[in-house]
Design a protein around this ligand. Structure first.
Ligand SMILES: NC(=O)c1ccc[n+]([C@@H]2O[C@H](COP(=O)([O-])OP(=O)(O)OC[C@H]3O[C@@H](n4cnc5c(N)ncnc54)[C@H](OP(=O)(O)O)[C@@H]3O)[C@@H](O)[C@H]2O)c1
Length: 216
């Protein structure tokens, strides 16, 4: 799969690591091209077999099958607006957690979600999917916590788009959990607000835990 990741921070690193493990072609694009180039160089050692990583300007969006917004929520919304019809027909993955700095509240109104706000400004035909918001960046690099593959919860209104994200997830060694329509991003974002609040302070999980469904 041709995957373009917008952003060159912690989550770009984590998702690119899993995508390369799955044999995909990853293009990194960021507002600071030097940061994207440094990350691509670092990750290139992991690009075995058919996998490849490179950098490009935002024209990489045009050749992508799947675009990941690895930027803060406000920037993700702005980028979705400005890219407009160039995202039409593509899978657009929103990974954001729209949380305030004190981790005590979501910055989106009750009854909606960051993913739905992004979908509301996206051009017609853009297939917005929520995924990866409950997986911390360092755990994505490792691919597991305590020897167990991470669960990646996937919400979106287009079934084929959810399946495409599930293919990215499973090929990278993780476990995909399809939760159905995009409105379930509300629960995923609320769940992760709690998960984030549990990381800090004495007795916190130190950004090393993951949310996992366990079945017999
Ligand atoms: N960190 C986690 O464990 C984690 C887990 C789940 C979800 N998330 C979500 O993942 C997203 C990225 O988080 P992160 O931890 O990767 O953050 P990060 O390490 O700070 O990286 C953010 C990236 O976004 C870029 N960026 C910031 N503002 C931008 C703008 N206005 N336009 C274009 N690019 C912009 C940054 O560029 P510069 O560095 O040049 O400013 C950087 O490349 C966030 O939405 C976050 O809620 C994070």
């Amino acid at each position: 799969m041709q995957i373009t990741i917008i952003g060159a921070g912690n989550m770009a690193r984590g998702i690119a690591t899993r995508a390369l493990a799955g044999g995909h072609t990853v293009t990194l694009t960021a507002k600071d091209p030097a940061k994207a180039a440094r990350l691509a160089e670092e990750l290139s050692a992991q690009a075995a077999g058919d996998a490849a990583v490179r950098t490009d300007d935002d024209s990489a969006v045009d050749t992508a099958e799947l675009v990941v917004l690895a930027v803060p929520f406000a920037a993700a919304k702005e980028l979705t607006t400005s890219l407009g019809g160039r995202l039409s027909g593509k899978v657009l993955v929103d990974i954001s957690n729209p949380v305030g700095t004190s981790l005590d509240a979501l910055v989106v109104a009750p009854g909606t979600s960051a993913a739905e706000e992004i979908a509301a400004v996206a051009a017609p035909g853009t297939k917005v999917v929520k995924a990866f918001n409950t997986t911390f960046a360092t755990t994505l690099v490792a691919g597991q916590v305590g020897g167990t593959p991470l669960d990646v919860f996937i919400a979106g209104d287009d079934e084929a788009a959810r399946e495409q994200v599930a293919e990215l997830v499973t090929s990278g060694g993780l476990h995909a959990v399809d939760v159905g329509s995009l409105k379930h991003a509300r629960e995923l974002e609320g769940f992760q607000l709690l998960h984030m609040a549990l990381q800090i302070g004495e007795g916190g999980y130190g950004w090393a835990s993951t949310i996992k469904l366990v079945a017999p």
